[in-house]
Design a protein around this ligand. Structure first.
Ligand SMILES: Cc1cc2nc3c(=O)[nH]c(=O)nc-3n(C[C@H](O)[C@H](O)[C@H](O)COP(=O)(O)OP(=O)(O)OC[C@H]3O[C@@H](n4cnc5c(N)ncnc54)[C@H](O)[C@@H]3O)c2cc1C
Ligand code: FES
Length: 288
């Protein structure tokens, strides 16, 4: 069992958990992820390692409550335990001194996986320019943390309620010809990552994206996270999750990403009904 030591609400429906997981903390590197299962009946879900502390033996994760499991996770408090917390999984990001100027782009909760990469690259001596964005001001996360690991930080919101008005891709398009980066890292929703790759392709700037394909075992055995990269089949859990964005077949990934939408809807409805029964002490028909 893995104890939750601390919880923090970062934005509406986005939480940070610090989890006691010394063996994972000892082995992990930026860019890797864990797969957790809340309890015996739970579903396995992957979450990026946002931060780790080897001395304290802790792993920090940040998650957005989008469906049944993440909502259930969001109900847990400090002192509660998670049954399985497997990791570190996936390939870490390569950090070397070949990159001098990097633009890091994070959209929505995608800022969480961008942060450890930006920090590692900044620590390696690179100049890091970051762009973070969300739908509105109340959904912006990790602004101070990103500022601390960036030479320049641009913040934008889709509705203009904070920072620049518009999408992260628009800021990226403006910066590409001026800053001439030698690498772009873009993490967020699939349409955002695809748009970033289309922009960087025009300038021939190598671009890394982190693919959030649906994972089950996380060991390359089940095939669920299959993606096509440069015409070849890869498994995001063991070959990624970071890939050359210019080679990703985004259309295929988008189709594969929605293949369980009906089941996900039913699972969430069942869960919310059960929670409603617990909170009201009776089911909705009896309370009428
Ligand atoms: C390597 C990796 C790292 C990730 N890191 C983060 C992170 O740091 N923070 C964060 O908020 N989210 C992260 N995700 C996405 C997260 O795993 C999903 O939001 C979560 O699984 C949703 O589960 P649910 O039951 O709450 O929602 P559901 O209603 O079951 O699903 C909502 C959507 O989430 C995706 N999803 C569902 N199940 C899985 C699964 N087993 N594996 C991958 N995606 C799934 C699908 O696109 C689905 O349509 C990551 C995904 C991957 C692959
Ligand atoms: S999650 Fe099963 S092969 Fe990647």
């Amino acid at each position: 069992m893995y104890k939750i030591l601390e919880t923090k609400q970062l934005a509406k429906e986005i939480k940070l958990f610090v989890v006691d997981a010394p063996r994972v903390a000892k082995a992990c590197k930026p860019g890797q992820f864990i797969i957790l299962k809340i309890n015996e009946q739970g579903e396995r879900i992957p979450l990026t390692i946002y931060d780790y502390n080897v001395g304290q033996g802790t792993i920090s994760i940040i998650f957005q409550e989008v469906g049944k499991t993440t909502r259930q996770l969001g109900k847990l408090k400090a002192g509660d335990e998670i049954q399985d917390f497997v990791g570190p999984l996936g390939k870490p990001i390569e950090v070397n001194d070949s990159h001098k100027r990097i633009i890091c782009v994070g959209g929505g909760v995608g800022v969480a996986p961008v942060y450890p990469k930006a920090r590692a690259l900044k620590n390696s001596g690179a100049e890091v320019i970051s762009i973070i964005g969300a739908r509105s001001k109340d959904l912006i996360i990790l602004e101070e943390e990103m500022k601390a690991v960036s030479n320049e930080l641009y913040v934008c919101t889709d509705d203009g309620s904070y920072g620049e008005h518009g999408f992260v891709t628009q800021v990226l398009e403006k910066l590409l010809p001026i800053k001439t980066p030698d690498l772009v890292i873009a993490i967020g929703p699939l349409p955002m990552m695809r748009a970033c790759c289309q922009a960087t392709k025009k300038f021939n700037v190598p671009t890394l994206v982190s693919l959030n394909s649906i994972m089950v075992d996380g060991t390359g055995m089940c095939g669920s996270c299959r993606v096509t990269i440069g015409g070849e089949t890869k498994f995001a859990c063991v070959d990624g999750p970071t890939f050359d964005g210019h080679l990703v077949d985004f259309n295929e990934l988008m189709l594969r990403q929605v293949r369980f939408v009906e089941e996900e809807k039913v699972a969430l409805q069942r869960y919310e009904k059960m929670e409603g029964v617990k909170e009201n002490g009776s089911c909705c028909c009896k309370s009428r």
